[in-house]
Ligand binder design. Structure first.
Ligand SMILES: [Zn+2]
Length: 125
């Protein structure tokens, strides 16, 4: 009998490693299906799934008229270097990781499915 429900996501990371080298800055992921992928910090930050980043990117599902009430959110000025530095990474339940960035941003929760989507088959070892 199948104890697991058939989620579209059949794989989860069994190991997530933070890598910071001259060539690559991001995460290496080993998946339970044997795949090994990598995703750059830049890609992760650019696709931060938290509400405020989505709003800044303008991809909230309900479109708002431009020029309306201005958002209370302000873009925090941080250097690119800061905003792309991963200060810490932690697991959230059994489905996601959280990342705290160098500029203090930590509201993004990255479900494994998103990580898999953003990452590419790794050539980095
Ligand atoms: Zn965010």
């Amino acid at each position: 009998m199948s104890s697991d429900s058939q989620l579209p996501l059949s794989s989860r990371p069994k190991e997530i490693r933070r890598v910071e080298t001259a060539d690559f800055h991001g995460l290496l992921l080993q998946w339970t299906d044997g795949a090994s992928t990598s995703v750059s910090a830049e890609e992760l930050r650019r696709n931060c799934p938290c509400a405020s980043c989505q709003e800044q990117r303008g991809d909230s599902s309900h479109s708002k008229p431009l020029g309306g009430k201005s958002s209370l959110l302000r873009v925090v000025s941080a250097t690119v270097e800061e905003s792309l530095r991963m200060d810490s990474i932690w697991g959230i339940g059994n489905y996601a990781i959280g990342i705290r960035w160098g500029d203090g941003h930590e509201t993004g929760i990255y479900p494994f499915s998103l990580l898999r989507e953003l990452s590419q088959t790794s050539s980095v070892k």
